[in-house]
Design a protein around this ligand. Structure first.
Ligand code: OAD
Length: 236
């Protein structure tokens, strides 16, 4: 890591856990333990019950807005300053990496603070208020507004995907933090990096399908492990 010129970091919901934002697949507290992703995170689900889906994202947008970045986010800001070519690829839609100060962030699954309309992809001119009981209509084309996040069955944004795959192919170190590595295509990125000769480092309190392919597995919470990693790099 100390000598690497190109580093890719892939993050998932675990990085924001210590900011009070639940992960998806935790058996007790995960969002998908209590909520049905087919109803809440698909186009079909939104069209079947727009008010329900709108309110669910509205509630999450409020919580995310109140959350603060944690030491794991800040450690990645510090790491970016040490590496000439640094790519922070995230599956998180909470925007906390940017709010912490990370610069080169690739948001693969969109951002919950942004909205777009169904038909034209137009973004609303102003920030939308909280507490609307129905989704608003696009002022340009009249179609329904939705959160600008990627739902199951949808394609990822083209530019972000291209940058993420290029980073995976080019990096010398791939640092994978707080993701179950179960959702494609994000889950493929660390393995592509590894195939191209990168060192694979995983930070996660629990082992994942990726752990056996990792060169280094650092068990623990990102808010604990990442600051230690940065401190170690600085004294090396
Ligand atoms: P998951 O909920 O699948 O996985 C979260 C991971 O974080 C697990 O492996 C946990 O062990 C780990 N974890 C928990 N606490 C942690 C901590 N304090 N520090 C580090 N790791 C911790 O979340 P993702 O992998 O992000 O997609 O899920 C990927 C995608 O599936 C999400 O982006 C979302 C979801 O459906 C969409 O919404 C499109």
């Amino acid at each position: 890591m100390r000598d690497a010129e190109w580093v890719m970091v892939l993050t998932g919901a675990g990085v924001s856990r210590e900011s009070g934002i639940p992960t998806f697949r935790d058996a007790q507290e995960g969002l998908w333990a209590d909520f049905d992703p087919q109803k809440l995170a698909t186009v079909e689900g939104y069209l079947a019950d727009p008010a329900l889906v709108w309110s669910w994202y509205d509630m999450r947008r409020l919580k995310v807005g109140q959350a603060q970045p944690n030491p794991g986010h800040y450690a990645l800001v510090a790491l970016e300053k040490e590496v000439p070519h640094f790519f922070l690829v995230t599956q998180n839609i909470d925007g906390l990496h940017r709010r912490a100060g990370s610069q080169n962030v690739v948001e693969l699954h969109g951002n919950i603070a942004r909205h777009k309309c169904f038909d034209g992809g137009h973004a609303p001119q102003q920030e939308l208020p909280y507490g609307l009981t129905e989704p608003p209509q696009c002022q340009q084309c009249g179609s329904m507004i939705r959160p600008d996040v990627v739902w199951f069955g949808e394609a990822l944004p083209t530019r972000e995907l291209r940058v993420a795959f290029a980073a995976a192919e080019k990096c010398e170190v791939a640092l994978v933090v707080g993701t179950s590595a179960l959702v494609q295509p994000a889950a493929a990125l660390p393995l592509i990096a590894k195939e191209r000769g990168a060192m694979l480092i995983e930070v996660n309190p629990d082992e994942t399908d990726l752990t056996e392919f990792s060169d280094i597995y650092l068990p623990g919470k990102s808010g604990d492990v990442l600051p230690q990693l940065i401190d170690t790099l600085k004294v090396l």
